[in-house]
Design a protein around this ligand. Sequence first.
Ligand code: ADP
Ligand code: ZN
Length: 726
Amino acid sequence: MVTEISIHKTLKEYFGYDTFRGKQEEVINNLLAQKDTFVIMPTGAGKSLCYQLPALVMEGTALVISPLIALMKNQVDQMQALGIEAGFLNSSMSRGEQDATKQKVMEGVMKLLYVAPESLVREEFVDFLKLCTISFVAVDEAHCISEWGHDFRPEYRRIREIINHLPHIPVITLTATATPKVRLDIVQNLRIEEANIFITSFNRPNLYYEIRYKINAIPEIITFIKGHMNKSGIIYCLSRRKVEEIAEVLNVNGIKAVPYHAGLDASTRSKHQDMFLNEDIHVVVATIAFGMGIDKPDVRFVIHYDVPKSIEGYYQETGRAGRDGLEGNCILFYDFNDILKLEKFMKDKSVSEREAGKLLLYEMVSFCESGTCRRRTMLHYFGETEELKEDPCRKMCDNCRSPKEMFDAQEAATFALQAVKQTDERTGVIHLINILLGTANQQVTIAEHDKLPVFGKGLGLLEEKAWKTLYNQLMVNNFLIKDIQDYGIIKLSDKGKEYLENPQPLQLYVHKNMDIGHHGDDGEYEDYTSHDEILFDKLKTLVRKVAAEKKVPPYVVFSEPSLIDMATKYPVSMQELQNISGVGQGKAAKFGAPFIKMIKDYVVENEIERTSDIVVRSTAKKSMIKLFILQHIDRRTPLDEIAEIKGITFDEVLENVEQIVHSGTKINIDYFIEELMDDETVDEIMDYFMAAQSESLEDAEKKLGMAYTMEFIRLVRIKFFSDYGN
Ligand code: ADP
Ligand code: ZN
């Protein structure tokens, strides 16, 4: 019989703590009473103890299901350091190691056994379990069960099936994030309907949340970090390439930073992690893989260079700041184009995963674009409505600090709610907006929703994205509720119904359009602010003049994005000109002089203070991959072979080569072109570009017709730029 005294004794003896934290004791007692237990606590609240301690005092072995091998290993090491028998089983272990672990479990000496869900579902593993005494099952990171969580793992859905092979034992389920929908999924899938639920509020009062347009992100990041020197921080990016790039940019700007992503080998990764933990460096630039299981209490800032895939992801990642309860700044750089990119990445997933992913993404969009308190929105998202009656934020988010403009939304809100009612509360926001805007697409017409009174009523009132924000605000303010069973479907709350009966003036936030980034597809043209229109026009005239002299089309001299960049950064020296996107040394030398002169004069005449005192130095333009390609082109390696050797697509090779010529380096790919096309074809395409108004491939394809493939056109365009532009 486990007594109150014995759990306190164990807490002290094994873990070294005098008291339980928060609801730990209640949770532990519930589990010891053989009851199913559901724990929802934010990261750092102390979830692990909730199953580690019971495992120690109960007879047999606790089976812990955990999604990541790295996490398991970490935990097992910690347990062993505390003198607790714990182990894990996974496929990377030798037979001998596995057998030794299994032996200890069968003898009942091992107190905790960690497994990944993939191992769990193997038949031989189930047979093995039947030979052991299992005290209980702990499902860690339980949000993985739900497609609506932020990292769904299909094997997690089979846990109940395995548990059913064992004698009746309690289940403890733990997660750091779970929306009401995810909670329901977990309960239903694990069949723990009777479980007692223990929830700790998700509010992190010490974290400051801010979302900025991603226009001038790099200089802003550098400025921010320079204002927080010697404080630890994490910068999250989505791609490995961006991680490397930003780490490099920071370093050349005097900020020591290391990259961290799955493409680095294990020893480099752990070296970089240790450097961060030991404070040899203060900044890590990482993909989201970084931070799982690391527990540094004094991370002072978390910067998202790219938008996370869901609000849970955002909460989770920002949650790594200020764990000690002190300062924690969370800044997200938002660009709607990134959302579109993320959507594209999902195209290989199943339809249902894609749909789920898309909804989560669009909730993120609403969150970013809304003028409502960030904290309030997040807490509402996690199902905390009680706490929201009082101000949970206390000016600790950008929207609370500088309140956004409001408008009387009575008319719009009434239509929005009517649309929900008239569609019998059976549709989602996107469909409703189509109805409001009078878009008679297939879904709308099949449902005959184009015949509803509210059809087209919203036209001219608000634009599409503003409607999304409006719906979001109606949800945060409890006029509408999300259907938990059928996610994405929204329904009227009592308050919403009442409002329709008795509409009144309603102050809501004006939608702020954050959709103003101008991205080149290659990501090289990112980061420019709204430019100087007058200078831009002057530069454009100059480009035309120079082009006429050199007998080339204007865009060959400098492309429009380059001009915009110049009209933003006002480069007044050769050196600065080379930092303009799309301008390399070659191009600067060949065409740059009159441009620099014009900009200098303009700056003086108009007494322009050039934007930041921080001149952001860019990293070496020729990244490793470009260098590799250049070397191979020198050796006349066919481009498709380069792709193969480097393990990238042909398309990526072309993109890189295009970037190389655009930045002013001469490249000779005649050897490759000659293999593919006859001279006549080449000439015809060259002639086209010479006369064309723009460098657009689509225009070229239209004009040149079916005779030439896009690839031919692209290859010859490269030759054209190289021959005439550089
Ligand atoms: P979670 O899994 O919820 O993110 P952890 O289980 O990793 O959190 O615990 C976070 C930190 O809190 C750990 O360093 C842990 O040792 C510590 N901790 C847990 N319980 C207590 C307690 N009762 N008293 C003091 N520290 C605790
Ligand atoms: Zn706020």
